[in-house]
Design a protein around this ligand. Structure first.
Ligand code: GLC
Ligand code: CA
Length: 552
C-alpha cells in the first residue's frame, strides 16, 4: 500500500473506533484521590492511566466532573464548561486527556442537557427575574392550579420521588424531573440549544473524543396547556411518541443538530444516548444522523439465565442492524446494583427492597455471584459492539448495601422520606491497595465508607495473581482486541438449553454454561475461561472462549 492509502485506512479506522470499543466508566469522585481530601479528582485519573492501559480499555467515559453542588452526584451541573474546583482545573483536564491519548485511550465526557443545577447562573437569574421574562423562559416555569395557584401545574412526578414541581417565592412553579436542585431546561428555547452546541465544541476542541448524553429521551416536551399526564416514568411508554415528557419525536431534531457539530471534527466525535425509550424506538437515537449509539440496558434487567441472555442478544443485535449502529452492552453502571451482587441474589429479588434490609435479606451468595458475574462479563466481552464497563467490576466488587443512613448522599434517600436508599452502594471509592485508611484511594478517609472486604478485592491484592478477576479482565480485553473482527455473530446450537454458544467471524467461540451441571467442552483451542475447567467439561456457570485455530 502507498503511504497515502495507509493513511486513509488509518483515518477510516479511527473514525469507527467506537463500534467495538471497550469503554470504562469512571465515576471521578470515587476513582482515585490525588490530594487526599477524600474526593476522587482529575489528577487521580491521570495517575491511573497506566492501570487503564494495562487493563486494555479503548476509552474512558467520565461521569460529570463539572462545578456542582453535588445534589445528584454531579448530574446537577452549575457550569458545563469547567471543572469542579475540588476535582481540579481545566489544565488538569488537558493533562489527563493528553496522558490518556498518549496511552491510546480515548476520552468521553458526560453531557447533562435535560437540567442544570439550581446554582447555574441561568437559574439564579431566572429566580431573580419576573414571571414571563426571558430568563425564566430558559427553564419551565408555570403558574400553579387550584385556589391561589397553590397546587402544582400538573401531576408529573420526579424520578427521585415526590412532585416534579417546586414553588418559588413569587408563586410560580418550576419543573424538575429529578431533584429540586435540577431544574429542567426549556429545549424550545433557541438560546438553550445554541449554548449546548457551544459546549459540545468547547470539549471537542479540547480533544474530547465523544459524549455520553444523559437522559437523552426527555429533552423535548409537550408543554401545551392543559398539561397532560405522563404515561409513565420509564416503562410502558407509548410507541407513537405521544407521551408529553419522554421519547417525543421532536427530540430527534435536537440530536440531528448535534451530529453536525460532531461531524465537523476529524475524526467525527461520537456519542451514546442514555435513552430509556421502548426498545422499538431506542434505535432512532442511534441513527448515524444523530447520536450514533444508544445504551441498551437489557442485560441489567436479566437474571443469570440462558434463555434471557439469548433473547436480549438477539433483540439488541437486530435493533443495531436497523440503523447501522453497533450494539452496546452494559452489566453495571453508577445507577444500578453491581452485577456481582445481582447475580448472587435469588432470581427476581426486588433490589430496592433488598437494599432497605442493608443487604441482609435475602442473603447474597457472594461466591455464586462472583462466579456468575465473571461468566456473564466474559460472555458480554465476546459480543459484537461496544462493551461499557463500570469501574470496579474488573475487581469483582460487590454492592455496599450496608452504608449507614447518615452516609447516604443520593437524593433518592431524602426525597422518598428514607423509603429507598438509592445508588450510593455502587459508588463507594475504589480499593487500590489492601492497606491504608481508604485502601489506597487516597491517604485519608474516603467520602463514602468502604467495607473491610474491599482489602481482598483491591487492585494490589489481585495484580499478577493467576485466576483473579482483574487478571481475567486483562486477558479478556487483550484477546478481544486480537479476536474481534466483523460485527457478526452466528449461533451454534445442539447443546443443552442451558448453554449459550456463538461464534464470531474468524472462528472465535464463546460458550457459556448457565446450568448447574458440567457440560462437554466443544472442540477448539481454549483461550480463556471464567473458572478452571474440569477435564473436557465446562463447569456450572462458566464461560469459555475457544478458537478454531491454535494460539500463535
Ligand atoms: C441519569 C444518570 C443519573 C442521574 C440522572 C439525572 O440517569 O445516569 O445518575 O441521576 O440521569 O441526571
Ligand atoms: Ca481529591
Amino acid at each position: 500500500m502507498t503511504d497515502q492509502l495507509v493513511a486513509a485506512a488509518d483515518a477510516s479506522l479511527d473514525a469507527t473506533w467506537w463500534r467495538q470499543a471497550c469503554v470504562y466508566q469512571i465515576y471521578p469522585r470515587s476513582f482515585a484521590d490525588s490530594n487526599s481530601d477524600g474526593l476522587g479528582d482529575i489528577a487521580g485519573v491521570t495517575s491511573r492511566i497506566d492501570y487503564l492501559a494495562k487493563l486494555g480499555v479503548d476509552a474512558i467515559w467520565l461521569s460529570p466532573f463539572y462545578p456542582s453542588a453535588l445534589a445528584d452526584g454531579g448530574y446537577d451541573v452549575a457550569d458545563y464548561r469547567n471543572v469542579h474546583p475540588q476535582l481540579g482545573t481545566l489544565d488538569d483536564f488537558d493533562v489527563m486527556v493528553e496522558a490518556a491519548h498518549g496511552a491510546g485511550i480515548k476520552v468521553i465526557v458526560d453531557i447533562v442537557p435535560n437540567h442544570t443545577s439550581d446554582l447555574h447562573e441561568w437559574f439564579v437569574e431566572a429566580l431573580a427575574s419576573e414571571p414571563g421574562s426571558a430568563a425564566r423562559n430558559r427553564y419551565i416555569f408555570r403558574d400553579g392550579t387550584g385556589p391561589d395557584g397553590a397546587e402544582p401545574p400538573s401531576d408529573w412526578v420526579s424520578h427521585f420521588g415526590g412532585s416534579a414541581w417546586t414553588r418559588v417565592p413569587d408563586g410560580q412553579w418550576y419543573l424538575h424531573l429529578f431533584a429540586r436542585a435540577q431544574p429542567d431546561l426549556n429545549w424550545d428555547n433557541r438560546e438553550v440549544r445554541d449554548d449546548f452546541l457551544y459546549t459540545l465544541r468547547f470539549w471537542s476542541d479540547r480533544g474530547v473524543d465523544g459524549f455520553r448524553v444523559d437522559v437523552a429521551h426527555a429533552l423535548a416536551k409537550d408543554l401545551s396547556e392543559p398539561l397532560r399526564s405522563s404515561t409513565s416514568l420509564d416503562a410502558n411508554l407509548p410507541l407513537d411518541g405521544s407521551d408529553p415528557l419522554y421519547d417525543r419525536d421532536e427530540v430527534h431534531e435536537i440530536f440531528a443538530e448535534w451530529r453536525q457539530v460532531f461531524n465537523s471534527y476529524d475524526p467525527p466525535r461520537t456519542a451514546v444516548a442514555e435513552a430509556w425509550a421502548p426498545t422499538e424506538r431506542r434505535a432512532l437515537y442511534a441513527r448515524p444522523t444523530e447520536l450514533g449509539q444508544a445504551f441498551n440496558f437489557d442485560l441489567v434487567k436479566v437474571d443469570f439465565d440462558a434463555d434471557e441472555f439469548r433473547a436480549v442478544i438477539t433483540t439488541c443485535l437486530a435493533e443495531a442492524e436497523l440503523t447501522g449502529a453497533s450494539s452496546t452492552w452494559v452489566l453495571s453502571n453508577h445507577d444500578i446494583v453491581r452485577h456481582t451482587t445481582r447475580f448472587g441474589l435469588p432470581k427476581g429479588t426486588d433490589l430496592q427492597d433488598w437494599l432497605m434490609t442493608h443487604g441482609t435479606s435475602p442473603k447474597v451468595d457472594a461466591e455464586a455471584g462472583l462466579r456468575r458475574a465473571r461468566a456473564a462479563s466474559l460472555l458480554m466481552l465476546a459480543l459484537p459492539g461496544s462493551a461499557y464497563l463500570y469501574q470496579g467490576e474488573e475487581l469483582g466488587l460487590l454492592e455496599v448495601a450496608d452504608l449507614p443512613g447518615e452516609a447516604l448522599q443520593d437524593p433518592i434517600w431524602e426525597r422518598t422520606g428514607n423509603e429507598r436508599k438509592g445508588r450510593d452502594g455502587c459508588r463507594v471509592p475504589l480499593p487500590w491497595s489492601h492497606t491504608g485508611e481508604s485502601f489506597g484511594f487516597g491517604e485519608g478517609s474516603a467520602w463514602l465508607p468502604q467495607p473491610e472486604q474491599f482489602a481482598a478485592s483491591s487492585v494490589l491484592a489481585q495484580d499478577g495473581k493467576a485466576g483473579s478477576t482483574l487478571e481475567l479482565y486483562r486477558e479478556a480485553l487483550r484477546l478481544r482486541r486480537q479476536l474481534q473482527s466483523a460485527e457478526e455473530l452466528t449461533w451454534v446450537g445442539g447443546e443443552s438449553p442451558e448453554v449459550v454458544h456463538f461464534v464470531r467471524p474468524g472462528g472465535w467461540h464463546c460458550v457459556t454454561n448457565f446450568g448447574s451441571e458440567p457440560v462437554a467442552l466443544p472442540e477448539g483451542v481454549v483461550r480463556l475461561s471464567s473458572a478452571p475447567l474440569q477435564g473436557a467439561t465446562i463447569p456450572a456457570e462458566t464461560t469459555v472462549w475457544l478458537t478454531d485455530w491454535p494460539s500463535v
